[in-house]
Ligand binder design. Sequence first.
Ligand code: SF4
Length: 74
Amino acid sequence: MLLYTSASISELEIPGKRSLVIYISNCQHRCKNCRTSYLHLAYGDSLKYTFNNIFNLYYNYFDIVCFMGMARKH
Ligand code: SF4
């Protein structure tokens, strides 16, 4: 199950685009110099059941969706 910790609009992630940024927790990677180590823990709400609400809430304010963190290694 994908858990997310927060969602917001950002103009920093993709140059020239407004992004809906969704932070996914339970990241199994341990990248050197990770800036979001709080995503290593499994916590938050189910994205499966709330993604449509988030998408519709911010619909008029973003050009692209960015998922930050990764729940599993591939
Ligand atoms: S994928 Fe992202 S959140 Fe996970 S360890 Fe790497 S930089 Fe940190």
